[in-house]
Design a protein around this ligand. Structure first.
Ligand code: FAD
Length: 310
């Protein structure tokens, strides 16, 4: 078995999601090669070479890969992919953008969002917003799959000593162009990697109140901040903070849901959290089905009281 893992990075550092994908690759078993497609990304390749369990790193360094344009990276993956039994990427926006295109170019169907490896070609994946788990088998000669990071404990970032080899760029596919990006700068931890997440729902009432009530709690706990879709749709916070089926999937050690009812689409994004605390004035709210600790009360008084005691 030879497995190609597509590295996720920003040309400077390897994103932690790649460590979870390598963990899934280890469960499949075989030689693990990490592909770093970037521009000025030697440091990323060097980091990838140190990841435990990685036997080789391929570095494609070209301006065409500077912004991870999916059309360009997919062309590269397809050009080298036929030499591998498996091609894996994280189930992130970037992975989900690149891998289907690469699979199509390789004429292979793909499996998305695997959460367990049963064998080299049999995997488990959630369906119906995580309410059922499907076991799927691939008959393809190349298994192309995205991996849900929260389902696999990351391998160690250090300890490996893989060789780094350069691979030829396949250049600009010429069908897309990077124009600009707006990145929200935050001092807080990244939502999907945070140990603690404080999320607010429609119950917080407004964007202003979201910050008045939840920022002090997140500050005290060093937590990332999330939200329900209702809070995002109401404009309380930006949509990159949405947790759930159509938002981000998180599994922190502690998830605090404030003024969130617990719709299945929200639970799909957080129910694997190790400890779940819910603060809600409605003792019948469905989130109590998954909550380990359940605080019934008005968030506007309960949360400041909690903050004062931490
Ligand atoms: C296809 C599809 C995809 C979706 N994807 C997502 C997704 O990714 N993520 C997501 O979150 N949702 C998603 N949804 C929406 C989901 O169905 C719910 O509508 C949404 O999660 C509700 O958000 P909420 O819990 O904040 O709001 P509500 O359901 O309105 O709940 C608000 C809660 O706040 C409590 N509350 C109100 N005031 C207070 C107070 N003063 N103190 C304490 N508690 C208070 C209420 O008791 C209530 O339980 C999706 C829906 C669809 C159809």
């Amino acid at each position: 078995m030879s497995i190609l893992v597509i590295a996720e990075h920003d040309n400077k550092a390897l994103n932690g999601a790649t460590l979870n994908v390598v963990a899934a690759a280890q469960k499949i078993g075989g030689d693990i090669t990490v592909l770093v497609a970037g521009s000025g990304a030697q440091a990323v390749a060097d980091q990838a070479a140190k990841v435990a369990g990685v036997s080789k790193v391929l570095l494609a360094d070209d301006a065409a890969y500077a912004n991870q344009l999916a059309e360009n990276v997919a062309k590269l993956v397809a050009s080298i992919g036929s030499g591998y039994s498996h091609i894996l990427a994280a189930s992130t926006t970037t992975g989900k953008n690149i891998l289907p295109r690469a699979a199509a170019l390789l004429d292979a169907s793909m499996i998305t969002d695997i959460i367990a490896v049963d064998s080299a070609n049999t995997f488990k994946r959630p369906i119906y917003a995580g309410n059922a788990i499907a076991t799927v088998q691939s008959d393809e000669s190349i298994v192309v799959a995205t991996v849900r990071g929260t389902a696999f404990d990351p391998v160690a970032a250090e300890g490996g000593s893989a060789a780094v080899e350069a691979v030829a760029s396949t250049g600009d596919a010429g069908i897309s162009k990077f124009v600009s990006e707006e990145i929200v700068k935050s001092e807080r931890p990244e939502l999907t990697a945070a140990r603690i997440v404080v999320s607010g729902g429609r119950g917080v009432g407004s964007g202003e109140n979201y910050h008045t009530v939840l920022d002090p709690l997140a500050d005290k706990l060093g937590a990332a901040q999330g939200a329900s879709r209702a809070a995002v749709d109401a404009g309380f916070v930006p949509n990159d903070m949405q947790v759930g089926q159509t938002g981000k999937i998180v599994a922190p050690e502690l998830y605090i849901a404030v003024g969130i009812s617990g719709a299945i689409q929200h639970l799909a994004g957080m129910k694997e959290s190790k400890v779940i605390v819910a603060i809600n004035k409605d003792e019948e709210a469905p989130i109590n089905a998954v909550a380990d600790y359940w605080l019934v009360g008005d968030l506007n008084t309960v949360v400041p009281e909690l903050v004062s005691k931490i």
